[in-house]
Design a protein around this ligand. Structure first.
Ligand code: ADP
Ligand code: XUL
Length: 523
């Protein structure tokens, strides 16, 4: 029992969340938004630097500065960091941090009173880090797949086909385009391992959850794949930080954090993971077959699996779960709220009227269908925006509303089949989960109950829960994951929406028609 800190270093902010395992409560929750504090100093916009040609980077020194600011804010708000028994964290996935030969010593010598920014400014061999929004590595993706013996081989080996945002193609591009900078790079880590290294005052390895987002990790052995490393870049095996089990302590917090913020000298740091794998824990998905749906700007569906099933058509990504045994499937539908808002606005509705339209129209929409590609789509892959209407009158606002939601729900069913998970219930989170009419259609299409789930910072919560789990294990008193997550990751009471069997029967028939329409208009 005690207090545990979870940090989430995301694209636009750094969040810190403290749990009290005695009371089962979240004690503190603070976010430092990068644009609010560092826009001018680092030239960022929404946390990132657009460098042209699809290159999107961010600044690792800024993340260090944000860590100082966040911890100061937590303290100013009355949080006693001396009570924290262990810390874990998560980072935006795929981003890479390039360090020179001064890094290990500089981390080890971190002491007050100068801030991290001043003590760490000279440790980077590349001042900016490419992040997950970077799409500039199409050529390197192809080269990496060819280098290991083909797309299929990379998929089988690492769980994923090559994606532009994944770390491997990004590292390869750096080695090709700046060989001198690559030569000066002594260590390559991920956003997650970099943030953990700051806290521990030493180079902390990569965890398998985030290692899976590199195209370089053997998804079964959870170690770097020599074959993938060779195909990626020369000498990479000497530069990449090793992979470690997510629950192996990385050492106590650096004396810098003890003297500056009052951390206890014995407070342990655990390896950080990716934000999505961490959210899997934060949403309590620690048993195979559990599935969550986040209806946010984009819609993401993720599941806990007991085998690393892969998506041959590139419909989703597979990551190792930081729980140490399971795997995570993640599917990202770009046209989530974007499409819902487009229909709402085209017909001059508000969310109330949108919900009303869903109530007044029948399941199946009298045969009217829509392919809602208001923007290019990730799943299924659609290169250019273009909405398709089938027996759907664009002037019929109510039918349009039903068509967009039925399309999204049917698409989520079709494109999650590769996961091999029988969906028996759906945990739903994100802004659009406020809308019962939308959730009813997801319940009906999947033929399962939908539970609403109120967690704004699932990644930071997952990190705090990982710190708790790792701490108990290290103390020789381990607890099953279910017991760790249950008090914190629970559905809102009275939030469950049950499927309507008659509607479920309608969708069982309709899904083939939707699939045919989709196939006729996509890749
Ligand atoms: P993100 O975390 O991706 O920024 P959120 O999970 O905060 O997104 O969700 C924000 C979105 O939720 C808004 O863009 C809006 O479209 C949607 N939203 C908010 N309220 C409703 C509602 N009642 N019905 C449908 N969608 C809603
Ligand atoms: C997942 C992905 C993003 C980042 C940023 O593959 O690219 O979700 O993790 O949050």
């Amino acid at each position: 029992m005690g207090k545990f800190l979870g940090l989430d270093s995301s694209t636009q902010s750094l969040t810190g969340l403290v749990i009290d395992t005695q009371t089962g409560q979240i004690d503190a929750e603070v976010s430092t938004h990068f644009d609010t504090h560092f826009k001018a100093a680092y030239g960022i916009d929404k946390g990132v630097l657009h460098l042209g040609g699809g290159q999107v980077h961010s600044a690792p020194l800024m993340w260090a500065e944000a860590l100082d600011l966040l911890l100061q804010t937590l303290r100013d708000q009355g949080c006693d960091l001396g009570q924290i028994q262990a810390v874990a964290g998560s980072g935006q996935q795929h981003g890479t941090v390039y360090l020179n030969d001064k890094a290990a010593d500089a981390l080890g010598q971190l002491r007050g009173p100068a801030p991290l920014r001043d003590q760490l400014a000279a440790i980077f061999s590349r001042p900016t880090s490419p992040i997950w929004m970077d799409t500039s590595t199409t050529a390197q993706c192809q080269e990496l797949e060819e280098g290991v013996g083909g797309r299929r081989v990379l998929l089988e080996l690492t769980g994923n086909t090559a994606f532009e945002r994944f770390s491997g193609p990004q590292i390869r591009k750096f080695a090709q385009q700046d060989p001198e900078g690559y030569r000066r790079t002594t260590y390559i880590g991920l956003v997650s391992s970099y943030m953990a290294s700051l806290l521990a005052g030493r180079l902390v390895p990569v965890d398998p959850g985030d290692g899976s987002g590199t195209n370089l990790m053997d998804i079964r052995s959870r170690q770097w794949s020599p074959r993938a490393l060779t195909a990626c870049a020369a000498e990479l095996e000497h530069k990449l930080l090793p992979i470690t089990p997510a629950d192996r302590p990385a050492g106590p917090v650096s004396p810098y954090f003890v003297s500056r913020y009052g951390f206890a000298p014995g407070c342990q740091v655990f390896p950080f993971s990716g934000d999505n794998p961490s959210s899997l824990i934060g949403l309590g998905l620690v048993e195979a077959g559990q599935v969550a749906l986040s209806l946010g700007t984009s819609d993401t569906l993720f599941a806990c699996m007991d085998q690393p099933r892969v998506s041959e058509q590139g419909e989703g990504a597979v990551f190792a779960s930081p729980d140490g045994t399971h795997y995570m499937a993640l599917i990202c539908f770009l046209n989530g709220s974007l499409a819902r808002e487009a229909v709402r606005d085209q017909h001059h509705l508000d969310w109330k009227a949108f919900g009303e339209a869903l109530r007044q129209t029948p399941p199946g929409n009298k045969g009217a269908l829509m392919l809602p590609y208001f923007a290019p789509e990730i799943v299924p892959k659609v290169a250019a925006a273009g909405v398709v209407r089938h027996h759907l009158d664009p002037n019929n606002a109510q039918a349009e509303v039903r068509a967009v939601i039925e399309a999204q729900a049917l698409s989520s069913k079709i494109h999650s089949a590769w996961m091999g998970v029988a969906i028996r219930s759906l945990f739903v989170t994100g802004g659009a989960s406020a809308n019962e009419g939308i959730l009813q259609i997801f319940a009906d299409v999947h033929g399962c109950p939908v539970h609403r789930f109120e967690t704004a910072n699932a990644a930071a919560l997952g990190a705090a829960l990982r710190a708790y789990h790792g701490h108990l294990k290290a103390a020789g008193t381990p607890k099953p994951w279910k017991e760790i997550t249950a008090p914190f990751a629970k559905p809102l009471p009275g939030s469950t929406i049950q499927p309507n069997p008659a509607a479920t029967a309608v969708y069982k028939t309709l899904i083939d028609e939707y699939r045919k329409l989709e196939q006729a208009h996509t890749g």
